[in-house]
Design a protein around this ligand. Sequence first.
Ligand SMILES: [Zn+2]
Length: 75
Amino acid sequence: MWIIHEQVILPKDNLIKRRWVGSSRCCFCDHDETIQHLFIECPLTKLLWRTIHIAFNINPPIDNESLSGTWLVGV
Ligand SMILES: [Zn+2]
């Protein structure tokens, strides 16, 4: 969660900023890969969040801030 909050994880957009050469697209859906995309917006991630919601009755986070901050408050 700290890694997400501080945005030090290396999705492809951050790798490209560090002169990485390769596609900036998500391997799962071909959208531009960012932290927001990987943890919130990707269809595969949304499926995972839905599964967690059904299995544990925990609502999915609405954005990266809530994921790394208040998401599990009260659970
Ligand atoms: Zn994706």
